[in-house]
Ligand binder design. Structure first.
Ligand SMILES: [Mg+2]
Length: 234
């Protein structure tokens, strides 16, 4: 261990941005019902894995995902129709993107405290940068690591170590905060960072895994960093 925390990494979707709500509403708009969300989420996970592995580019993946999704629902559509439907879905989703109420106050506190900030996302493409800019977060962020561009996704230590190198700090001096216990908090811990689970919704059952901290809101992060994680302000 090399002392206290000097920088933070933050997940994006469902940590800073209410992503699932907007993505689910957009799919509902496209289909007229909400019955296929789990299928969409499963296909998305599989398709994003292909992008991270370098098997397909992000733009191609998007229409192929839509084509596969409708095929699973029993409807064959050609590439042009898949692109059209994906365009409708993405426009609706982007219109619905919203920050959580605690996001900007947390980023403002971190910036005021002199803490360097990277975002580390398992998303497939550069549209994540547009999301950060459009929602007013870009000015707070020193670095953006996108799994689809790097070729490694959380919980692979490569993505966490890339973020630490970008921030110019040792992994032991970085806290990573995200909504997924497995991909974010445990992944970060196993890569040598401080793993923080942002659990906005579920009551915690049983004991937390060793070395993991939990918060229920980003509003709790400053106190955690100062008291428990020994924040070092440069
Ligand atoms: Mg997330």
């Amino acid at each position: 261990m090399t002392g206290g925390v000097r920088a933070v990494c933050l997940d994006v979707d469902d940590t800073l941005v209410a992503h699932t709500a907007s993505a689910r509403a957009a799919l509902h708009l496209l289909l007229g019902h909400d019955n296929a969300w789990s299928l969409w989420a499963q296909i998305t996970d599989e398709q994003v894995t292909r992008v991270v592995a370098g098997e397909v580019d992000s733009d191609t993946m998007r229409w192929q995902r839509t084509q596969e999704f409708f095929s699973c629902l029993g409807e064959f559509i050609d590439a042009a129709e898949a692109i059209r439907r994906e365009d409708i879905r993405v426009r609706a989703m982007r219109a619905g993107w919203d920050l959580f109420d605690d996001t900007l106050p947390c980023l403002e506190w971190l910036r005021a405290a002199g803490v360097r900030i990277a975002v580390v996302t398992n998303a497939s493409g550069s549209y994540q940068r547009g999301k950060l800019a459009n929602l007013g977060m870009a000015e707070f962020i020193d670095g953006v690591i996108i799994a689809g561009e790097l070729g490694a996704a959380k919980p692979d230590p490569v993505i966490f170590h890339t973020a630490c190198a970008l921030l110019g700090v040792h992994p032991g001096q970085v806290a990573h905060i995200g909504d997924r216990l497995d991909l974010d908090a445990i992944g970060a811990r196993d890569a040598g960072l401080r793993g923080v689970w942002l659990n906005r919704t579920e009551p915690v059952q049983g004991e937390l895994p060793h070395g993991i901290s939990v918060i229920s809101s980003l509003a709790e992060l400053p106190e955690l960093l100062v008291c428990d994680l020994d924040l070092v302000v440069s």
